[in-house]
Design a protein. Structure first.
Length: 253
């Protein structure tokens, strides 16, 4: 992915990692379209970043995805980068009988949302000479946090989806990148913004931008902090990684 000169759509960019990356991409000379459910947050981010555009979208709603995607493609036919940022994360206890609604919400938002977005854009992206789909998985795709079973599962699915799409699109102009955040100080989970274990948001976003700029061959965007989780199995210390993760941090990202 080129660091500048793109037209980028980022649903889920009104706060946290999405907003941090949207603002950095905007300042680097990209045309950035942010998406989110709350119009007042979209208005705030556009006001704070002159030249940025916004489209209202609810990535848990198939009709909203279809309508918003059509609007982006109509208004910005040159779009060449899709970053499927939006997601949810919540504690679940599968020993009880009240986890199903939460589990279904995770699958709808974290897995069906990106699938529907990619379906809406992949045709157009293949007509662009230099296009990118960036998915967002998690360090928890590779080592499970005990309290977030469905979140872990959806992010593991996003990882394998990304790997497979990369194979299918290998003979096209579309590059498939997978962003793999560690725990980052955002509002994704209660208390995460104050977590000593979580990585400061600005540090994370700056490192991501540096990787994109300096490692154009990378297929997985991994800051140093996520490699403990990402490579436990390869190193042979996976049980120790899982034990340490579940001792250290109740709010993994």
């Amino acid at each position: 992915m080129q660091i500048t000169g793109n037209t980028v759509f980022i649903p889920g960019a009104t706060s946290g990692i999405g907003r941090a990356l949207a603002e950095r991409l905007h300042t680097r000379g990209n045309t950035v379209i942010v998406g989110g459910r709350r119009q007042e947050l979209l208005d705030d981010i556009v006001a704070a970043n002159p030249g940025m555009a916004a489209v209202r979208i609810d990535t848990a709603d198939a009709d909203s995805i279809a309508e918003a995607s059509a609007e982006v493609l109509r208004r910005f036919p040159e779009v060449n980068v899709l970053i499927t940022m939006a997601g949810v994360m919540a504690v679940e206890d599968w020993r009880s009988g009240d986890f199903l609604e939460s589990a279904q919400r995770h699958v709808t938002t974290n897995l069906l949302g990106p699938i529907r977005l990619i379906a809406a854009f992949v045709g157009r992206l293949q007509t662009r000479p230099d296009a990118t789909i960036m998915t967002v998985s998690s360090g928890l795709a590779f080592a499970p946090l005990r309290i977030t079973p469905t979140y872990n599962a959806t992010k593991a699915a996003i990882h394998m989806l990304s790997e497979t799409l990369r194979l299918q699109l290998a003979d096209t102009s579309v590059q498939v990148l997978e962003l793999e955040p560690p725990s980052v100080r955002t509002a994704l989970m209660p208390g995460q913004e104050e977590s000593d274990f979580a990585m400061p948001l600005d540090d994370f976003a700056d490192e991501v931008m540096q990787i994109i700029e300096t490692r154009p061959e990378a297929t997985e965007i991994q800051v140093e902090n996520v490699k403990f989780l990402r490579y436990g199995e390869a190193r042979g210390d996976y049980p120790q990684v899982v034990a340490a993760l579940n001792r250290m941090d109740p709010h993994g990202d």
